[in-house]
Design a binder for this molecule. Sequence first.
Ligand SMILES: [Zn+2]
Length: 218
Amino acid sequence: MIAPITSAHKLIVCHECDLICMDLPLATGEAASCPRCGATLYRNGSASVDLALALALTSVILLLLLNSFPLLSLKVQQVTRDTTLLRAALTMWDDGMHLLSLLVIATTMLAPAMQISVAIYLLCVIRFGDASRALGAPLRALQTLRPWNMVEIFMLGLLVSLVKLQHMADIVIGPALWSCASLIFFSAALTSVLTPRNVWLWARAADNKTAPTGVTHG
Ligand SMILES: [Zn+2]
């Protein structure tokens, strides 16, 4: 039998079908599902501020490596050429592909850098600062920046290019390509733990001076 919802219950809206459900505490490892559409509403995991901060700092290092080292080297008839991400974008600009060049810079350099910076600011405020400070603006900025981070699509395009180029030249994969692949993994992990729900739970835990623990969305 389903208990009636009263004003004493905390409520949550299903992100799939907008059904209003009760926000009940869960044991570790359990997940709450929407009774109408079956979507996972929230999950009680072991994500913490420290874990999110570690993922964010690792992403910073990988982003720096991605932008500092060559993506790949091409060797044709004893002539070797390598290129970095920025140099590739600037070459496109010089070749007249201005819009494409700006899109590459915006979606693979600026958006990831801003997204990680905002995430680190948010986590540092919760971890070291006054968690009661306004967290709404950086959270909204994170949600806005997320769709503009297209490192995965860039990586996919790069892999397709590698397959096509391998018949024309010897290709040596550069450190930046491995950094790019790792960045995709760490960014996805950071996104999965840095949910608005977790941020509010961590902020509340910090305010209450209790050990910060949170939940992970499935
Ligand atoms: Zn639903």
